[in-house]
Design a protein around this ligand. Structure first.
Ligand code: ADP
Ligand code: MG
Ligand code: MG
Length: 213
């Protein structure tokens, strides 16, 4: 049944790659406000590479842990940019908590997302408020855990947490970047949401929509 979870993951990843592709230009424009404009392209390339890796893993009968680890490797290899390296490392760290024999419970999914966040914090050395994807991911993880602890099912909890991430990503418009490529032109970015937080919210919201069907 870990193989079933890998197939489910592939179907989510296909939707996520499609959503990122549709938002590629918007994410690129957001990144060109104070950054170098490549964020949309990077997220599309990374997610498409992850889909290809997941498809291959599923074809070979891999469990969800191995499949996600392959997806993380592919994303990190192909996406480029700071966010690509961070997404690749986070997905690999999340995979490291999963199992190739047993399908993950809702709690195990939350633990995997937490492990991805921990890796981002350790590797990227940013903090909440620095205007990065962390400003969407940290509240997402907190909300997911709170809703699961309150007894929500996985899809409901993910849906609520994705709503929080979407709001928090929008709220980054009032921040100025304290880290990364956008920092030198930080003032320009006032009034515009962080590209990495925006794409992260899009990813979790797309999964929420797919999981709710
Ligand atoms: P690059 O800045 O190398 O061109 P991208 O444009 O793909 O890479 O990604 C930029 C996004 O990466 C930012 O909007 C921010 O959300 C995220 N980011 C940058 N540095 C960090 C960091 N140290 N920790 C977490 N996220 C970061
Ligand atoms: Mg960029
Ligand atoms: Mg770049």
């Amino acid at each position: 049944e870990s193989q079933d979870a890998a197939r489910t993951l592939l179907s989510y990843a296909e939707r996520v790659a499609g959503a990122l592709r549709e938002s590629e230009d918007d994410l690129g424009k957001l990144d060109s406000v104070a950054g170098d404009g490549d964020h949309g392209r990077g997220m599309t390339k990374g997610s498409l590479a992850a889909v290809a890796a997941l498809r291959e893993a599923v074809t070979q009968g891999a469990g969800v842990a191995s499949a996600l680890a392959d997806a993380g490797d592919a994303w990190g290899d192909k996406a480029g940019g700071t966010s690509g390296a961070l997404w690749g490392a986070a997905l690999r760290a999340a995979a490291g908590t999963l199992d190739d024999e047993v399908a993950p419970t809702a709690d195990a999914v939350a633990d995997a997302v937490q492990a991805g966040l921990d890796e981002l914090l350790a590797f990227g050395k940013a903090h909440v408020g620095d205007k990065t994807m962390l400003d969407a991911l940290v509240p997402f993880v907190e909300s997911l855990r709170t809703r699961l602890d309150a007894g929500d099912g996985a899809a409901d909890a993910w849906h609520v947490a994705a709503g929080v991430a979407t709001q928090k990503a929008a709220d980054t418009a009032s921040l100025t970047p304290q880290i990364g490529r956008a920092r030198p032109l930080a003032e320009r970015s006032l009034g515009y949401a962080d590209p990495g937080a925006t794409s992260l919210a899009l990813v979790v919201a797309t999964v929420a929509a797919e999981a709710g069907e």
